[in-house]
Design a protein around this ligand. Structure first.
Ligand code: KG4
Ligand code: ZN
Length: 408
């Protein structure tokens, strides 16, 4: 089964194509108790808009929407160029000139008014007229920035109409979970196993919009058992970076400074709190920590009378990162105790953080349990995880939509 993935929930425009099949010893289970499937990655392309949003200190939704509209078709055509060159999938035929014109005429009314950039590139597209043997399109339906999400959904619907194949709506956070279940291998000729889960599994999702523990029970039943009360952990990294005069996205910037501080054996000029570290639940809070950094900067600079030295900045970045890690790790331990899980899955952009990965790995090893961390290609937003989530159990994705429980 060939699945095209589309992701436009935030500031990454992404397209991916995979083929999946049941794994050995597994006949037909899709949404049952087993995830035993195999996949091969035919292509996964990501166009980051981070540089464009950097001056705004965060993602600017209308700009993101416009950029997705401009970039989706070029990314897809690049992918189709590869598949036609290496013949990794066959073509089912081509749209006749008349049929193509009729569709474009229709899209000029249905797509152009809301998404002029998408319509413009779509009407000039060449390769999508040759219908590839793709079986379904998996698209992120949420959570994310509404204007950005709609571009991807509109695009998926247009392709579905052109190619006459179904659309599978995928929850972005589920994508972050499933994306961590593969051993990333971009060699398109190689089949790789999608890790089989034992239940209950525990996912810790740490991204720019979410910080939550998700218990996964048989049949891929998801329950959120803990989350942030306010800012997400990635959001805290981004906001603190802005306070320190660093560009968006702030996570990699802060962790860079913190690494420098450690290698120079610096100490922090001020100690920061570890919010909710001792609370007897799985909830977290990061907004107070960001405010504590603001007050620390005011104190160090004597309310702006002097600037912070480079060493003070490095020390403060390190103290912030240490505080985040201590809180996340303490909560992870509580979540393991609570769920008695044997498998932790970590997902979301913040899981790219080296110190966080090391700390979680150490904890998993102390407990003697398995930990699945995403490969760097799939730690941030990407369409590979969306295609995988769509293929692994489309039924549950549908359920997420039907129940209205989009907030996973
Ligand atoms: O999952 P993601 O790409 O987008 C959302 O769905 O939110 O996560 C983006 C977040 C940003 O807040 C970014 O600063 C953070 O992930 N991030 C990091 C690191 N790399 C990205 N945070 C801490 N350390 C990193 N190395
Ligand atoms: Zn994400």
């Amino acid at each position: 089964m060939f699945i095209l993935g589309i992701e436009t929930s935030c500031d990454e425009t992404a397209i991916a194509l995979i083929e999946t099949r049941p794994g050995p010893n597994n006949g037909s289970t899709l949404a049952g108790t087993s995830t035993m499937r195999e996949c091969r990655i035919i292509g996964s392309l990501i166009h980051s808009q981070a540089d464009l949003h950097s001056p705004y200190g965060g993602v600017y939704p209308t700009l993101a929407k416009r950029e997705h509209g401009k970039n989706l078709i070029p990314l897809l055509e690049k992918l189709l160029e590869k598949t036609s060159a290496d013949r990794s999938i066959s073509t089912k035929g081509s749209l006749a000139e008349d049929a193509w014109r009729q569709k474009i005429e229709k899209f000029s009314k249905s797509i152009a008014p809301q998404n002029p950039e998408l319509f413009e590139t779509l009407s000039n597209a060449k390769l999508i007229r040759h219908i590839p043997a793709i079986d379904a399109i998996a698209v992120t339906e949420g959570p994310g920035l509404e204007p950005a999400l709609w571009v991807g959904i509109t695009f998926a619907q247009a392709l579905s109409e052109l190619w006459n194949i179904p659309v599978i709506p995928v929850n972005h956070m589920e994508g972050h979970i499933i994306g961590s279940l593969i051993n990333f291998d971009m060699d398109s000729s190689r089949w790789q196993k999608i890790t089989d889960l034992d239940f209950p599994s525990l996912a810790f999702l740490i991204s720019g919009g979410h910080t939550e523990f998700v218990q996964i029970d048989p049949g891929f039943k998801y329950s959120i058992i803990g989350s942030t009360r306010d800012d997400a952990v990635g959001e805290a990294f981004d906001k603190v970076a802005r306070l320190l005069g660093l560009p968006y996205p702030g996570g990699p910037q802060i962790s860079n400074l913190a690494a420098q501080a450690r290698s120079m054996k610096l100490t922090s000029p001020i100690s920061l709190p570890r919010p909710m570290i001792n609370s007897n639940d799985l909830h977290m809070s990061f907004s107070g920590l960001k405010t504590a950094v603001l007050y620390a900067i005011r104190k160090i600079t004597k309310d702006g009378e002097r600037t912070m030295s480079n060493e003070e900045k490095l020390g403060l970045a390190m103290e912030f990162e240490d505080s985040v890690i201590e809180v996340l790790d303490a909560k992870l331990r509580k979540a393991i105790d609570f769920t008695q899980t044997r498998t932790i899955i970590v997902g979301g952009g913040v899981s790219a953080n080296k110190k966080i990965r090391e700390s979680f790995e150490k904890t998993a090893s102390e407990y003697g349990i398995k930990i699945l961390l995403p490969h760097s290609h799939v730690s941030g937003d990407n369409a590979l995880m969306i295609a995988l989530a769509g293929s692994i159990h489309p039924i549950s994705s549908e359920k997420i939509r039907a129940d209205g429980t989009k907030s996973l």
